[in-house]
Design a protein around this ligand. Structure first.
Ligand code: XBP
Ligand code: MG
Length: 229
């Protein structure tokens, strides 16, 4: 019996990565760091999940960039988080097609909703609040709650432990290969709806692959951009 629906946030509930990218770039400018992430660069860097981990990698591979301590990276990242929260408030939240309906149906059917995200806990809470989903999720696991982020399975294993959930009692909804690998590694069946930044990634191990969760044949749903609506 299905007991829980486990959701990723970034790219799955909503197309949030453009706001993250914008916040990162503004933070780099503020701290005078010689970094600017255009969409192509960001698509590549997204293979490293977690903002602090992503920034560390970018600094390491950029010639002439300063070497920052983990604490300094944390400081830049905190500033980025504040900017992201501000942008989230300004831009508003648009859930991806069909997301709200599936959440409501699961809730109605007594299926627990769980959030398993790599992003920081304050971002996750602000997102749920802003989307009118406060109190809908029985468990929110975010950011540094696990030492190793996706594609490592830790976060989904932690969800199983916290909920006393067997892998066959849950379904994970993800948008990227990193998410797929993480959920699969914990033994969950995985439904993939690729996000704009994760189109064309390899999803052959997924239990199901859908362009979106909206009505079948709704092309608008597929074409919706990060800031659409
Ligand atoms: C999302 C991430 C996050 C966000 C930025 O991946 O990797 O790092 O890009 O958020 P997933 P932070 O959707 O697989 O969870 O800067 O707060 O990390
Ligand atoms: Mg994601």
């Amino acid at each position: 019996k299905l007991k829980a629906l486990l959701w990723d946030l970034d790219g799955t509930l909503a197309e949030t990565e453009e706001l993250h990218r914008e916040a990162f770039n503004r933070a780099f400018a503020h701290f005078g760091l010689p970094l600017y992430w255009d969409q192509e660069t960001y698509a590549r860097l997204l293979w490293t999940t977690g903002g602090k981990e992503r920034l560390k990698r970018a600094l390491e591979e950029t010639p002439g960039a300063p070497t920052l301590s983990w604490e300094e990276i944390g400081e830049v990242h905190r500033y980025k988080t504040d900017l992201y929260l501000q942008l989230l408030r300004e831009e508003g939240i648009v859930l991806r097609p069909g997301v709200r309906r599936l959440l409501a149906e699961a809730r109605e059917a007594g299926v627990a909703l769980v959030l398993c995200t790599t992003t920081s806990p304050e971002n996750a809470e602000a997102f749920l609040e802003g989307a009118g989903l406060r109190g809908w999720f029985s468990l929110v696991l975010a950011g540094d709650v696990v030492p190793r982020k996706k594609p490592d399975p830790s976060i989904y294993l932690l969800a199983q432990e916290r909920l006393g959930l067997k892998p066959q009692e849950g379904v994970v909804v993800e948008d990227s290969r990193n998410g797929l690998l993480s959920a699969m590694g914990a033994g969950f069946p995985v439904l993939i709806t690729p996000s704009l930044y994760a189109l064309g990634q390899d999803y052959h191990e997924a239990t199901a692959l859908l362009p979106h969760l909206g009505e079948p044949g709704n092309p608008a749903a597929v074409l919706q951009g990060p800031r659409a609506g």
